[in-house]
Design a protein around this ligand. Structure first.
Ligand code: DKA
Length: 135
């Protein structure tokens, strides 16, 4: 993932995000905010060698620090407490979130020079979010 470190991407288009959030039990007010903001996402590396994925928007700033292939505790931007695992598949980071209250969620982030494609899946819902590089 080295080629994609310290590169900022801003949300450019989003499909079925409301359905995705609904399936996860996200409340109406949070969904409204989530649907209107365009977060900026960046992957960096911390001094202790962890990958750090940050997302900044007027709604929320959040970041997760993780080691590939090692489960960690995550609190999602809408407040769900999940067990997460992120593995690398070429230029993709495949992120699985497990929680007692809903089915497993998978978030695939495919990094490319011209875009970051996020595909978020829960139950039979697939949400696609395209981020474009910030100039
Ligand atoms: C993204 O980073 C979407 C991440 C999914 C968060 C789930 C719910 C957020 C509620 C505002 O583009």
């Amino acid at each position: 993932m080295e080629a994609f470190l310290n590169k900022k991407y801003k949300l450019s288009s989003s499909e079925k995000f409301d359905e995705y959030m609904k399936a996860l039990g996200v409340g109406m007010m949070t969904r409204k905010l989530g649907n209107t903001v365009s977060p900026v996402v960046e992957l960096t590396k911390s001094d202790d060698g962890k990958l750090v994925l940050s997302s900044n928007s007027t709604f929320k700033n959040s970041s997760i620090a993780f080691k590939l292939n090692e489960e960690f505790d995550e609190e999602t931007p809408d407040g769900r407490k999940v067990k997460s695992l992120i593995v690398q598949d070429g230029n993709k980071l495949v992120h699985t979130q497990k929680c007692d209250k809903h089915n497993d969620t998978t978030i695939v982030r495919e990094f490319e020079p011209e875009q970051l494609k996020m595909v978020l899946t829960v139950d039979d819902i697939t949400c696609t979010r395209i981020y474009k590089p910030v100039q």
